[in-house]
Design a protein around this ligand. Structure first.
Ligand code: AMP
Length: 575
């Protein structure tokens, strides 16, 4: 483990990418392949291969507690060290006693201990194992063990650089390594293949999530069409992104954070089984139904707030499935016909998607126009879905637009259907996982902004560790203030520095990393969406809140009220 910690320090010390790659490559080449394979995993900030989905289940507070205990320092000293470094690994390095110069912890042993911690049940068992591990390590080793456990190395090394280092160490091309890693979801296994000259033997391993392609915002219809002509246009559905892996009756659903969420949507997993081949689809899960029980309108995607009740559940009751039916709007295919399709242009992927969904006969071909009768027929065609549950797999309809005028008309229509706006896609583009390029553009309305009052502030992370950049804010409820959200500051560095000084001078209660401040500063926040939530005492929370600007022109008494919040919430529900 010592060698790995030393190489990590070396990598952190340079900002030059090529140097980082060369250092890692030299380290791989000098290590036995098995050590190098586990190192590749750790250097990517993972304790376990991506495909395994094993997690340590050790939170920051447990780590904080064990590091504190082993150091024998007070909470105050711990907090002061954290403020200096902004990262618990570096805190461990600073405050853990150097019991020994050297340790005999090998990298394979660390991985074995990680597995033990992952499988241990209960906080006490995990705490004991963690304590044992950290007390056997030197402070420098502990620094990187903690960093790997928090999945945040902060040495300026992304997985893509590790891939390049593997290529350099074993004489392969970066593209060959990337491809194998994408297929396998295992950078360690990729290294083993590269070391044996067998990268071409990598085969798709289903059920590990691939990266998601992301979209860039477009300000207007004109701007959106300036990047490419004759765009593919889809509605922008307001749900959650989901990549589904289907292999016969085996279906797994992954969220945008690459977490498995199949358990939250069992009926969707049922609806998605039965493809005649292995497929990976990309799409959006939305709540689906009628705005009113007696509505004659076709069923449609409902606002995000409806879907919210279905999120984060490990067990879903039949009642919940019936009360909040969901649909999967498929808009892309990443794997089918035994082939990874990412490099094919969107127009080809779209044809393949049409084809496989049609063959599966389990989706609503009529999309938005689907009538009640059609919907119920589709419902019966679905896998093992019960008769009275509408679970649908719908091909997201694709429209074409070649002029801003056409795009505007589509935007209006999308909003009339209750969707957020449009996604505008280049038909010639490849699927680029994890990248926010200009091949996918999003055009959406902002909900109204809110003027809110800052009630508490926290120190930031990384570069912002010494400034108060994380704001909790509230709206007025009569004489009271009720919190509604929390956001990192979107202000300029100068503004943040000025505000930090103001907050320090106007602190009401110092809670360590968090300061409760005099409720006088008004800021304007934008957000994607509003939902009911127990998290804040207003009973509401904002989705993706962003601080747009300071409102020094406004007094706290002029900030928005809870009534205004309710108004926006209701408007959004009926949109
Ligand atoms: P945003 O979350 O505002 O960055 O917008 C991108 C997100 O929109 C994606 O991650 C998807 O979850 C969602 N989305 C909704 N409809 C579509 C669509 N037709 N194509 C791609 N993404 C979509």
């Amino acid at each position: 483990m010592k060698k790995l910690a030393v190489i990590c320090e070396q990598i952190a010390a340079t900002t030059k990418k090529l140097e980082k790659i060369a250092d890692v490559a030299a380290y791989f080449a000098a290590s036995p392949p098995e050590d190098a394979a586990v190192s590749a995993l750790f250097l990517s900030g993972r304790a376990f291969p991506l495909w395994e989905e094993t997690t340590l289940q050790v939170g920051g507070s447990l780590l904080w507690r064990v590091v504190g205990e082993l150091s024998g320092k007070s909470q105050g000293e711990l907090t002061a060290s954290y403020k200096r470094h902004g990262d618990l690994g570096s805190v461990a390095d600073e405050i853990l006693p150097a019991r020994r110069e050297d340790s005999d912890l090998s990298i394979l042993e660390v991985q074995r201990r990680f597995r033990e911690i992952a499988t241990a049940r209960g906080v006490t068992a995990k705490t004991g194992l963690l304590r044992d591990l950290l007390s056997q390590a030197t402070p420098l080793e502990a620094k990187y063990i903690v960093k790997i456990m928090t999945a945040d190395l902060r040495i300026g090394l992304k997985e893509s650089l590790v891939e390049e280092a593997i290529a350099k160490a074993y004489g392969a091309t970066a593209a060959e390594v990337q491809r194998a890693n994408m297929l396998l979801g295992d950078i360690g296994e990729t290294l083993r293949l590269a070391a044996g000259g067998k990268l071409a033997e990598a085969r798709m391993r289903m059920f590990h999530p691939l990266g998601f392609m992301l979209a860039s915002p477009a300000d207007s219809a004109e701007a959106a069409l300036s990047y490419f002509e004759n765009a593919f246009v889809e509605d922008k559905y307001d749900g959650i992104r989901a990549q589904v892996h289907c292999s016969g009756d085996n279906v797994k659903i992954f969220s945008r954070t690459r977490d498995e969420i199949t358990e939250s949507f069992p009926e969707l997993a049922d609806a998605l089984c039965g493809f005649s081949e292995d497929v990976i689809l990309d799409g959006e899960i939305v709540a689906w139904g009628y705005l009113a029980a007696d509505s004659e309108e076709p069923s449609r995607a409902l606002p995000f707030s409806a879907l919210q009740q279905r999120l984060g559940r490990k067990k879903v009751s039949d009642e919940m499935i019936r009360r909040v039916p969901v649909a999967y709007l498929a808009f892309d295919v990443l794997y089918a016909r035994g082939e990874l399709l990412l490099d094919r242009p969107l127009k080809e992927r779209a044809n393949i998607l049409d084809d496989i969904l049609e063959k599966a006969e389990t989706f609503n071909h009529r999309g938005h126009e689907g009538s009640r009768r059609k919907t119920s027929q589709v419902r019966l065609a679905f896998g093992r879905a019960e008769e009275n549950i509408r679970t649908q797999v719908i091909r997201a309809p694709v429209f074409r637009a070649a002029s801003p005028h056409e795009l505007d008309a589509l935007f209006e229509a999308a909003q009339a259907r209750g969707n957020e706006g449009l996604m505008i896609k280049d038909p010639e583009s490849a699927y680029t996982p994890g990248r926010r390029g200009k091949s996918w553009l999003k055009l959406k309305r902002e909900l109204a902004t809110l003027d809110v009052i800052v009630t508490a502030v926290e120190y930031g992370h990384g570069k912002r560790i010494s400034v108060l950049s994380d704001y909790t804010f509230a709206v007025r409820d009569g004489e009271r203030l009720v919190n509604i959200g929390k956001a990192y500051s979107g202000l300029t560095d100068v503004e943040i520095a000025e505000m930090t000084k103001w907050f320090l001078d106007h602190t009401v209660e110092d809670q360590g990393l968090r300061l409760v401040v005099e409720p006088k500063i008004v800021v304007e926040v934008a957000f994607n969406n509003m939902m009911k939530s127990e998290r804040h005492n207003s009973g509401y929370a904002l989705r993706f809140p962003r601080i747009v600007r300071l409102r020094p022109d406004k007094l706290a008494e002029e900030a928005d009220t809870i009534e205004r919040v309710r108004e926006i919430y209701n408007k959004q529900r009926s949109a």
